[in-house]
Design a protein around this ligand. Structure first.
Ligand SMILES: [Ca+2]
Ligand SMILES: [Ca+2]
Ligand SMILES: [Ca+2]
Length: 272
């Protein structure tokens, strides 16, 4: 294949991925079996069912990017799907596996759990937060909050390895904004045997009615590209999933590649 064909494929995939149906049936109970994830001590255990979008960054060293902390601050895997239920409403489901203990207190050199952040448009402006803890007297765990970047606390780092809390732009937790709805959130008990690098892990499972996103999500599939991110209050390790660039397990990735080739073929035929 020449470079142009690769470029065409990349473009086709980038356009196609967000519009693909990701119809995993997920129940928010803190159990990841319904995602197809298995803590069976193998690398393949991270791979979810077909059509779940995901990214895995299991790490064993102390440096995590942008900060340090090892397994205790390791944000390891992020999973994404959406489903339209019998009530006619579409729901976004998020799964997270981390080595960070959800009960970690923010005191001294330890930092508690952060909120899920969503950037529609991928423009660096974080439009929504999904709260994993009570943040103010009115912004509580499970709330979906419409935000600007000014509504977010930030981490300890201004860049990879650069300790500079005053100038960090890595968003961590919501401390203001407009409450626009409620997510369902469940956090598992600790478990082991996830992947091949060992350590203790926890699983966060969420469901958000996409109606809370207003014009950003209309219909059964997202009408805009977006990024979703999670980290802890220090932002030692940040995990981000871009649905248009995320891994899709076989056979969905094969179908996508074939779809890309089909589009390419169409474009070539048009040229001729
Ligand atoms: Ca579940
Ligand atoms: Ca790890
Ligand atoms: Ca945005």
């Amino acid at each position: 294949m020449n470079k142009n064909i690769f470029a065409g494929l990349a473009l086709a995939c980038a356009v196609a991925a967000p519009l693909t149906a990701h119809s995993a049936t997920v129940t928010v109970d803190g159990d990841f079996a319904d995602w197809g994830i298995q803590n069976n001590g193998t690398a393949a255990g991270w791979t979810p069912n077909a059509d779940v979008l995901f990214t895995v960054e299991d790490q064993s060293g102390t440096y995590l990017n942008p900060g340090w902390g090892g397994q205790a601050y390791d944000a390891e895997a992020l999973y994404l799907s959406w489903q339209t239920k019998a009530d006619g409403q579409t729901y976004l489901n998020i799964g997270l596996i981390t080595g960070h203990n959800p009960d970690t207190a923010t005191v001294g050199d330890s930092y508690g759990r952060g909120d899920f952040a969503i950037d529609f448009g991928g423009d660096g402006s974080w439009d929504f937060g999904i709260l994993t803890a009570d943040r103010t007297t009115t912004l509580r765990q499970g709330d979906v909050v419409a935000t600007t970047n000014a509504n977010w606390g930030t981490g300890l780092w201004s860049g990879p390895g650069v300790y500079d809390p005053a100038n960090s732009s890595y968003v961590t937790n919501v401390n203001g904004g407009a409450d626009v709805g409620n997510a369902t959130l469940a956090v598992s008990a600790s478990f082991t045997n996830m992947g091949t690098l060992g350590g203790t892990h926890w699983f966060y499972e969420l469901e958000i009615p996409v109606s809370v996103f207003g014009t950003h999500w209309q219909g059964a599939s997202p009408s805009e590209t977006f990024n979703i991110q999670w980290t802890m209050l220090c932002a030692n390790d940040i995990i981000l999933l871009d649905p248009s660039a995320a891994t899709i397990p076989e056979p969905a990735s094969l179908a996508l590649a074939l779809g890309g080739l089909g589009l390419l073929g169409l474009a070539r035929r048009r040229k001729q």
